[in-house]
Design a protein around this ligand. Structure first.
Ligand code: PRP
Ligand code: URA
Length: 209
């Protein structure tokens, strides 16, 4: 079973408070989401493989560690996942970026894929699927389905706020996926919004409401 890691560093908790606050406008909201994403990326990359290389400092020759392996892929789930990409790229500037677009079918309420573009050799890369909100888990499960259908094998999911319902759904559907979140909130309300949550992440990022 994949693990759920709540990354509740004081800096993250502080910034998340202002992300949640309804009086925080889009500009500051976007900046804070980016900053928290950078901080989360620090933890998500903790187990990246290293290899030793030889270098020369101004003093002497020595051996030192560098990150090895194929480039990581950040995969935002459109649209709100886009708000997390630049923050992660700050720490991992060489990462590739794939995209998965989903909409909710108004009849069935199922998440339906309308777009998916991933880099080549996705089967040999580690993917970090990002979406600020893990509510019912429908979008995350469908997003992970999409990348798996294209060959992805090593996948992590990173969000800002998760509901217990969403965590359970992802763990059942994709038990090997580790989940990183800045907070696990109390519950979902009748409209499947996270409580206390932050409202609609896409609307707050892009000022569409
Ligand atoms: C939000 C959020 C997730 C989804 C979470 O996206 O960014 O993708 O809801 O809810 P779920 O866990 O119940 O699926 P939304 O569907 O509002 O689309 P948007 O990103 O385009 O605003
Ligand atoms: N999507 C959001 O943007 N917010 C929620 O609380 C739930 C789903």
């Amino acid at each position: 079973m994949g693990t759920v890691r709540t990354i509740d560093h004081p800096l993250i908790q502080h910034k998340l408070t202002y992300i949640r606050d309804k009086n925080t406008g889009s500009k500051e909201f976007r900046e804070l989401v980016e900053e928290v994403s950078t901080l989360l990326a620090y933890e998500v990359t903790r187990e990246l493989p290293l290899q030793e290389i030889e270098i020369e400092t101004p003093v002497t020759k020595t051996r030192a560690q560098t990150i090895t392996g194929k480039k990581l892929v950040i995969v935002p789930i459109l649209r709100a996942g886009l708000g997390m990409v630049d923050g992660i790229l700050k720490l991992i500037p060489t990462a590739k970026v794939g995209h998965v677009g989903l909409y909710r079918d108004p009849e069935t309420l199922e998440a339906v894929e309308y777009y998916c573009k991933l880099p080549v050799e996705v089967e040999n890369r580690e993917l970090i699927v990002v979406d600020p909100m893990l509510a019912t888990g429908g979008s995350a499960v469908a997003g992970i389905d999409s990348v798996k259908e294209r060959g992805a094998k090593k996948i992590k999911l990173v969000c800002l706020i998760a509901a217990p319902e969403g965590l359970e759904k992802v763990q059942q559907a994709h038990p090997e996926v580790d989940i990183y979140t800045a907070a696990v909130d109390e519950k979902l309300n009748d409209h499947a919004y996270i409580v206390p949550g932050l409202g609609d992440a896409g609307d707050r990022l892009y000022g569409t409401k």
